[in-house]
Design a protein around this ligand. Structure first.
Ligand SMILES: Cc1cc2nc3c(=O)[nH]c(=O)nc-3n(C[C@H](O)[C@H](O)[C@H](O)COP(=O)(O)OP(=O)(O)OC[C@H]3O[C@@H](n4cnc5c(N)ncnc54)[C@H](O)[C@@H]3O)c2cc1C
Length: 697
């Protein structure tokens, strides 16, 4: 095929766009002036207090200033991790590695970082979670398997001991977990039950005579499955099982609900599997092969009564059960509530992986040249509108998610300090929503980035394959994304009900208080036609649009649920409205992300960085509105002329962001040795050379 046939038009489409935008700006100003004449009261409308938008020409972005703002207070901690691994090349994960070697390497990476590098994350899990997540993110950026291995040891196994146990457990296990003398597992999932934790069937029966619990796998469906660290390295497991207590007449047992128990699984000296415990390797996986997932069966394994992690429920020597929480479901909620840290960490780490992918794809797109106007030099592939469309909204989303997850970590840290009830509820729903939304987005983007790098994106050395395969499961573990979004929807409906009963709303949902009454009315037919750039780039309009959509979805979901419950019951009604509820949850999370981003833009002290962030934030908002333009059109929130203006502005902003794309990815401040992909390095001159050398040519 003659490649010249693929050449784009000689005229510059982005220049056409600029002309179109100028015309639109002039027209829309006229309409707005006319509107003011026709409707003078609207002058009090805050939407008319228009923001000065970022300059129309190329922005002057100071990467060091922007980077400083983005770094956050734990960047030095991450640098320590990077420096340690840079000094130890033998610990870096090679491109080709077998499953068994990878598992051993990940264990060595963890042990060396902790024991030789002196980087000990465990104490931060509760004391200073922000620092812990920063270390975990850096580990995951080096090798996702290493990040997950670290998370299993400290957040899952260690976190369960600290958060579900009491002082005696901390005293006994802290040092061993910290130094990795006690490598451990978190054994919740079973062969038959993953998402439905309440349905798990492993039992822990209290034996009054010996003062022990007997852990049993009653049938093969209850075998613990997918348990990280179990196949090779784990010595202990936190096992989730139904607590069975003998009844007073000692003829039977009563089920007290799911509790967590520390069960030793391998001998401390010989590393042999302990009597009654059977372990099987879950085998080669689609990704994350540096983590040794295994299956565990228990045949009457006896553990001391003290091994019950007893923060929310305890059993006395004479078999009496005590708890500060009155019901099984309250205890269950409290137990799972303590485990949200894993979700916070996954959301945060997922953004780290997205940053790597976006950096590689954008740097490569700036370097790579294909085609060009007749008889002229070839142009960079990032100058194609289609390429900008693929990568620029993704870059904007990466920034948006960066601020959203940093804010989540701050809230989680505050929650760990104060245990404030409202904050607990807020963090619970927000972590579920952000984990689901961000990891789904990153998983899709990894494929887009691979494709955007053409054939060279397919070379393993350029990392997309391993990043995509390793990250993919982030959508499933620590709560399946579809299940988590339903928790967000359920919470929104609870808040909606509260609002009508005059109760207080959780912090993150506060906007619903004002918005519900405003948004239930019909959209303003005048503002729905406003199409000026100043108006569209006004954060008041943008937030209003996001919240309008969420409020409408919430209101209509509540109405539909009420109607269907009468005939289908609550479970059936929920299922009948499920897609609607998932859209509602996503819409809400998008509103929260935008709100956080707008605040972060306003807070930024350096004017040039603030202007760059404002540009990126506008692109994030316009792209999301455009993606769901059908919804806005259906209810006439946006008239046809405005929809067209939004589309044009999205393309125009993508072009503007393209002009500072290099600076924007440089501001992520990820060292070349961490990026590793030859096509994604900061120094473009040597990229092809290094790439060739990597395959020995
Ligand atoms: C690599 C890896 C590591 C893991 N590590 C651990 C570990 O260390 N410890 C541990 O305990 N577990 C671990 N897990 C298990 C993991 O947490 C579960 O796989 C996860 O919770 C999902 O459960 P499931 O596999 O049963 O999926 P299912 O719940 O069976 O989901 C299957 C599909 O059904 C859909 N679905 C399920 N319920 C609903 C619903 N109510 N509404 C709509 N759709 C629904 C889901 O969206 C999904 O698409 C790991 C898993 C993997 C693959």
């Amino acid at each position: 095929m003659d490649p010249s046939r693929l050449q784009p038009h000689a005229s510059n489409p982005t220049a056409d766009n600029e002309q179109d935008n100028n015309n639109h700006r002039i027209t829309s100003r006229r309409i707005q002036r006319l509107t003011l004449h026709l409707n003078p009261t609207s002058s009090s409308n805050p939407q008319l207090q228009l923001l000065t938008c970022a300059a129309r020409g190329k922005l002057n972005v100071s990467t060091p200033h922007l980077s400083m703002y983005m770094r956050g207070k734990y960047r030095d901690e991450q640098q320590k991790v990077y420096d340690f691994f840079k000094s130890r090349p033998e610990l870096q994960t090679p491109v080709e590695i077998s499953k068994d070697e990878h598992r051993e390497l990940c264990m060595r990476q963890l042990l060396s970082m902790v024991r030789e590098g002196g980087i000990r994350p465990f104490k931060y899990v509760v004391q200073e979670p922000g620092r812990y997540f920063a270390i975990a993110e850096a580990a995951g950026i080096l090798d996702v398997s290493f990040g997950v291995k670290l998370g299993v040891q400290y957040s899952l196994w260690g976190g369960s001991v600290l958060n579900l146990g009491t002082k005696k457990h901390k005293d006994k296990y802290f040092n061993g977990i910290d130094s990795v003398e006690y490598p451990g597992c978190f054994a919740m999932t079973e062969l038959h039950h993953g998402s439905n934790v309440q349905g798990l069937e492993t039992v822990a029966t209290f034996d009054l005579l010996t003062d022990e619990f007997i852990i049993d796998t009653p049938h093969d469906g209850a075998i613990k499955w997918w348990i990280g660290n179990a196949a090779v390295h784990g010595k202990f497991a936190t096992v989730f099982a139904k607590l069975m207590l003998p009844t007073h007449d000692t003829k039977g047992v009563s089920d007290m609900g799911v509790h967590a128990f520390i069960v030793p699984i391998r001998d401390m000296t010989t590393h042999e599997t302990l009597p009654g415990v059977e372990i099987q390797d879950c085998g080669h996986k689609v990704g994350l092969n540096g983590v040794d997932n295994g299956a565990l069966r228990f045949r009457s394994v006896r553990i001391p009564r003290n091994n019950l992690l007893n923060r929310f429920g305890d059993v006395s020597r004479d078999g009496k059960y005590t708890s500060s929480l009155p019901t099984i479901s309250k205890r269950f909620a409290a137990t799972l509530g303590e485990l949200v840290g894993g979700r916070v960490g996954l959301a945060y780490s997922s953004v780290g992986i997205l940053k790597i992918a976006v950096t590689i794809a954008i740097r490569y797109a700036l370097l790579r040249q294909q085609f060009g106007p007749p008889k002229q030099a070839e142009i960079s592939i990032l100058d194609y509108q289609s390429h900008q469309h693929k990568l620029m909204p993704m870059l904007a989303s990466t920034y948006a998610f960066h601020f959203a997850t940093t804010n989540l970590v701050a809230k989680y840290s505050e929650m760990k300090k104060t245990h404030d009830e409202e904050l607990v509820a807020d963090v619970h729903a927000l972590s579920a929503g952000l984990k689901a939304y961000v990891t789904t987005y990153t998983a899709k983007s990894l494929s887009t980035c691979r494709e955007a790098c053409g054939g060279h994106g397919y070379a393993a050395v350029n990392r997309f394959g391993s990043l995509r395969n390793d990250h993919d499961i982030f959508q499933t573990f620590e709560g399946d994304n579809t299940v988590l979004l339903q928790q967000v929807a359920a919470d929104l409906l609870k808040q909606y009900q509260k609002k009508f009963q005059g109760g207080t709303l959780a912090v993150t949902w506060n906007y619903l208080r004002e918005s519900m009454s405003t948004y239930m009315s019909q959209p303003n037919p005048v503002t729905s036609r406003w199409e000026g750039e100043d108006h569209l780039r006004d954060s008041t309009f943008q937030l209003d649009a996001f919240r309008y959509r969420t409020s409408r979805l919430l209101h209509s979901a509540a109405m539909r649920l009420q109607k269907h419950t009468k005939t289908l019951g609550s479970f059936g009604a929920w299922n009948r409205c499920l897609n609607h509820l998932l859209t509602l949850a996503e819409s809400h999370i998008e509103s929260v992300i935008l709100e956080t981003f707008i605040k972060a833009v306003k807070r930024c002290p350096d004017p040039s960085s603030r202007a760059a962030l404002k540009l990126v934030c506008d692109l994030y908002a316009m792209d999301r509105i455009w993606n769901d333009i059908g919804t806005y059109r259906n209810v006439d929130y946006v008239a046809p002329n405005k929809a067209k203006a939004i589309h044009k502005l999205t393309e125009y902003l993508s072009f503007q962001v393209r002009n500072v794309a290099r600076e924007l990815v440089d501001a992520f401040d990820i060292p070349d040795f961490v990026i590793r992909a030859p096509i994604g390095k900061q120094t473009p001159v040597e990229v092809y050379t290094e790439y060739r050398q990597q395959i020995g040519f």
